[in-house]
Design a protein around this ligand. Structure first.
Ligand SMILES: Nc1ncnc2c1ncn2[C@@H]1O[C@H](COP(=O)(O)OP(=O)(O)OP(=O)(O)O)[C@@H](O)[C@H]1O
Ligand SMILES: [Mg+2]
Length: 443
């Protein structure tokens, strides 16, 4: 038998090896996702003789152009034959790979009586959540083969929101999460991972640079936080969300929170000597009355906190007890500091902190960075919208998106990191431009 060697990128290897019940390999165009599917399908078919796999695209022409063709190019002829009419490839060991599509919502019912060991979606964001969940129920069979859903996709598309919720928002990438319905993992795909394409088509990346801002961010950067009309357009997961590191004990720590019975959003922030703020812990829980909120915060706080920021409405007297929330927090040992300033001044300060800049090593960074455990901040800050009637302000609906940004805003309003380290002319100029832009832009 003639042997051909197939090299894989590190991310494709991670995709092949991922053992979670549901796997998503998603991100930049040209990251090698579809190729990864085809190779992984081959590996599975060979490893589990007699297994049944299904590979889905939204439409038939897409399926033929990409996956069917790639399989025919890559799979060894001695092992694999393809039946065009049935759209099924059969291996000599009895394994099969079926190629299918779901044009309309009801097309999934064509698979009503089918059973598969592994189902693959290519371009998952082109599918609806219903299609995905329905197909999930087709994974079954009285055999020992591992049952999995393995999907690949670019961001964007009609399914962007549900796919992001299901795989991207659940926590740090490349870490398996166990949920009540099984385990999931998200593996980001980056164009720079695909050395094969960069070698064979070095100008591909340049062509992507011509796209509009939103499309470029989705296809070139594999950026998931893409909502139109969002307030923090400077947000980029690849810049603002970072791997946790050991924080030096001498860095000053600040706590900031937005308190309500519907949600207590609290953040612990470490202030680096270079003026950068690192948000390293998140508390995001509902149904805490004030005393239980205070206890919960203290339970999570092992380090010394210099300041505890809270919004001024916590100083209003409450009708039931005659005491303010701030007084009750104080009784429990948390002396809050009241945050001053307007919402808009606070949002501006937060935008300034989030503004991407290049550090001494030439790496993109910002004045505030979030450890990847702060999943709600990383979900809500990029998603919060502009207020329709006042574009300088953030919208208060959907309400659930406001808690994390509000808490971070209280910190940003008070934070004088730049002053302590000498504010640069560059950042003052940016602030002026920002104010002009927000003041005069037409909405
Ligand atoms: N391991 C590999 N060895 C050789 N070529 C590869 C490999 N991985 C990917 N390629 C090639 O790189 C190009 C892009 O790969 P692929 O189509 O899989 O990317 P993709 O992430 O699915 O892109 P898109 O987002 O456009 O669907 C293709 O020409 C593919 O054949
Ligand atoms: Mg593809």
């Amino acid at each position: 038998m003639k042997r051909r060697t197939i090299g894989l990128t590190a991310r494709q290897m991670a995709f092949v090896n991922a053992g979670a019940d549901e796997v998503l390999f998603g991100g930049a165009a040209g990251g090698g996702k579809s190729f990864g599917q085809i190779i992984d399908a081959l590996a599975y078919a060979v490893r589990w003789p007699g297994s049944r796999q299904l590979i889905l695209r939204r439409t038939m022409p897409e399926l033929e152009r990409t996956l069917i063709r790639t399989a025919q190019l890559l799979y060894p002829r001695e092992l694999y034959s393809y039946n065009k009419k049935e759209r099924i490839g059969t291996f000599t060991n009895g394994s099969t790979v079926e190629f299918g599509y779901c044009g309309a919502e009801s097309d999934v019912y064509r698979y009503q009586s089918a059973e598969y060991d592994l189902i693959r979606f290519d371009e998952l964001t082109h599918f609806t959540e219903h299609m995905y969940l329905y197909m999930l129920s087709r994974l079954r069979g009285a055999n020992e083969f591992p049952k999995q859903m393995k999907s690949t996709t670019n961001p964007g598309g009609i399914g962007h929101d549900w796919v992001k919720r299901r795989f991207v928002d659940i926590g740090p990438p490349e870490q398996e999460r166990v949920t009540s319905t099984g385990s999931r993992i998200f593996l980001p795909a980056l164009l720079r991972d695909n050395a094969f394409l960069r070698k064979s088509d070095p100008s591909y990346e340049k062509r992507l640079l011509n796209l509009s801002d939103g499309e470029r961010r989705a296809l070139l950067d594999g950026e998931w936080d893409l909502l139109d009309g969002r307030y923090f357009s400077e947000w980029s997961r690849s810049i603002h969300v970072i791997e946790p590191f050991e924080i030096p004990a001498h860095w000053r720590r600040i706590f900031t929170m937005d308190y309500g019975l519907d949600m207590l959003a609290g953040y612990w922030i470490a202030c680096a000597p270079d003026g950068r703020a690192y948000v390293y812990r998140e508390l995001y829980e509902s149904n805490h009355i004030i005393s239980s909120a205070a206890r919960r915060i203290l339970e999570l706080t092992k380090e010394e906190i210099s300041l505890w920021y809270a919004p001024s409405d916590l100083w209003n007297r409450r009708q039931d007890s005659g005491k303010s929330a701030a007084e009750i927090f104080a009784q429990h040992g948390i002396e809050l500091t009241r945050v001053s300033g307007s919402r808009i001044a606070g949002w501006y300060a937060m935008k300034e902190l989030l503004r991407p800049r290049t550090d001494e090593q030439g790496k993109q960074t910002a004045g505030i960075l979030f450890f990847n455990c702060c999943v709600n901040a990383a979900r809500c800050i990029p998603a919060i919208l502009r207020d329709q009637s006042d574009p300088n302000d953030c919208a208060v609906q959907p309400h659930e998106l406001t808690h994390a940004p509000d808490a971070i805003r209280y910190f940003a309003s008070e934070w004088r990191g730049n002053e302590e380290c000498g504010e640069s002319e560059d950042s003052r100029e940016y602030q002026r431009q920002l104010e002009n832009l927000l003041g005069y832009a037409q909405y």
